[in-house]
Design a protein around this ligand. Structure first.
Ligand code: SIN
Length: 554
């Protein structure tokens, strides 16, 4: 089996992964693994932008206050202050890499700042509605030119290699010394790399490094309807949990209110920035309905707007609601929302004269691996950054466009923390056992995988969606128990494929979402349950943390 050595491994090639790689490459060699083509990331799909205080009439305090308000009592205020306060410096770093944000002549900041739900000010830096794409391309150019970075496409992480796991298999270092003596207590479980599947060669290899960064993004694909690209299968959360890491706040899944509803459109988002430019949500009769739920109407925080749409659709029986953007001119749309405008036209919807049919869909994981602002996890050698991590910024509901800001700041903080680490040489001496194929054979049951994919995702949509109940969660738990047992058998019996790896991950994470939701007996932020419709600060003003290692380990 091939073993690749580097100083740092980064899993994922979105903003968090590429920024981490660029910062860490100043300290050593970086191996970036990405499971599809390099630009297939959640970041590349981001339309909105980066929320940051740039306008003289705005302030860090206002941005903090909006973030805390959306987070419904569960944000960590010191984290919120640190990330928001560090924003402008990191924006300048992106600009130094060559990114050009949209400008507006005569505006006090010089930028054309957008507005999104829950923000009291215009503060979203953007590149039209192609912000994610532009960021991705800018960072890829930097990475391509960097001699310390090796990027491998079509390589999917399978599981971490930890010292605890190696010791349980009687493996040490080549010269017989205890594993990683220079870092942490000898008994402390440490991460020394991972196994990965190379899709281009159809083989499993090990990557070995003193530091592994999970920057795998979110997991919208756990649900049948999502705004996320196909890569968003919550891999990092599943991988970390299987290695014994604590997973925090996973009940808080953000549903974006406005994904295009059209039988041929897959996962296409209509950015909240469209509502920021005064588009209104209306029902089939053309009536606005969101003010019944919140005075801020169509631009209330996402949890409120998504629930308002869900309620409107359920009470009227309509399959969707509509976005009315007909006050916008063709010229304005072509400049500000070129992607949305042309995509809608492609589906026969002219935004200047037609209503846009929209539905909510799974969009963002506010929870994830319990992590500090500096990406530190509880396991030495393992770090997490971006949507996969739960730093305390988002609390029970993320404020729009705060996530790219978080990834920018946290990747920088992580690299600064790791600047002085000196455990590099020892790691290369660790013996890594070859992947154990057991009695696995090539699969002739692809249909089972396909079927289980749909079952997990439909089950989550039906029972663990925008509105939950105890009964629905119990049903989901039972179904997922059966499905996970079947998937585990399949994983052991057949050769690994990218599909089975992703399926195993979405099923594990689906079960974690259910368990997190079951343990919160209240409604707060993105967790809304008919059995406990009120917020209960006395009993639940704290994060949900799942700490157990799964039975049987990795
Ligand atoms: C959007 O453009 O509506 C999405 C932005 C975000 O999720 O932060």
């Amino acid at each position: 089996m091939k073993i690749l050595d580097s100083d740092f491994i980064v899993v994922g090639s979105g903003l968090a992964g590429l920024m981490s790689a660029l910062h860490l490459a100043q300290r050593g060699t970086v191996l970036v693994l990405t499971k599809k083509a390099v630009a297939d990331s959640n970041t590349a799909w981001a339309q909105g932008g980066i929320a940051c205080v740039m306008d003289p009439s705005d302030s860090f305090d206002q941005h903090v206050s909006d973030t805390l308000d959306a987070g419904a009592g569960l944000c960590d205020e010191s984290v919120v202050r640190e990330i928001i306060g560090s924003g402008p410096e990191q924006i300048r770093q992106l600009e130094a890499y060559g990114l050009k944000f949209a400008e507006l002549e005569g505006s006090p900041s010089g930028y054309d700042l957008g507005k999104e739900g829950g923000h009291s000010q215009r503060r979203v830096l953007h590149c039209g509605d192609l912000t994610g794409h532009e960021i991705e391309q800018t960072l890829l150019r930097q990475v391509a030119d960097h001699e310390n970075i090796t990027l491998m496409e079509h390589c999917a992480a399978i599981d971490l290699i930890t010292t605890g796991w190696l010791e349980s298999r009687g493996v040490g270092t080549a010269n017989g010394t205890p594993i990683m003596p220079s870092r942490g207590a000898a008994s402390e479980n440490q991460c020394v790399g991972l196994y990965a599947y190379d899709g281009a060669r159809g083989e499993i290899f090990a990557a070995r490094a003193p530091h592994t960064v999970l920057a795998t993004g979110g997991g919208g694909k756990v649900y049948i309807y999502t705004s996320n690209p196909d890569v968003a299968t919550a891999d990092g959360v599943a991988i970390a949990w299987r290695a014994g890491l604590a997973i925090k706040n996973l009940e808080f899944i953000q549903f974006h209110p406005t994904t295009l509803y059209h039988r041929e459109a897959k996962n296409f988002l209509i950015s909240e920035a469209v509502r920021g430019e005064k588009a209104l949500l209306v029902n089939a009769n053309g009536d606005t309905f969101t003010r019944k739920f919140d005075d801020r109407g169509s631009l209330a925080p996402r949890d409120i707007v998504a629930r308002a749409i869900d309620s409107e659709m359920k009470s009227t029986g309509a399959p969707c609601v509509f976005l009315d953007a007909r006050h916008m001119t063709k010229d304005f749309l072509e400049k500000r929302f070129p992607k949305i405008y042309t995509t809608c036209l492609q589906y026969g919807i002219d935004m200047t004269s037609d209503l846009i049919p929209v539905v909510p869909s799974a969009h963002y994981f506010c929870g994830g691996i319990e992590t500090g602002v500096d990406g530190a996890t509880a396991m030495p050698g393992l770090h997490a950054c971006g949507e996969v991590a739960c730093t305390g910024l988002h609390g029970a509901n993320r404020l729009a466009s705060n996530s790219l800001l978080e990834a920018l700041v946290c990747s920088r903080r992580m690299a600064d923390r790791l600047a002085g680490d000196a455990s590099h040489s020892v790691c290369r001496e660790i013996k890594v056992p070859a992947w154990h194929y057991g009695d696995a054979v090539p699969s002739d049951e692809g249909i089972v995988v396909e079927h289980n994919w749909n079952e997990v995702r439909t089950c989550m949509w039906d029972y663990v969606g925008i509105v939950r109940t105890n009964k629905r969660l119990e049903r989901a738990e039972r179904r997922l128990d059966n499905l996970r047992a079947e998937i585990r058998d399949y994983y052991l019996d057949y050769f690994v494929t990218p599909d089975i790896l992703e399926l195993r991950n979405i099923a594990d994470v689906a079960a974690l979402i259910v368990r997190s939701a079951q343990s919160r007996h209240e409604s707060r932020g993105l967790q809304y349950t008919l059995d406990y419709p009120d917020r209960n600060d006395e009993a639940f003003a704290h994060p949900t943390v799942i700490e157990d290692t799964p039975a049987g380990g990795q």
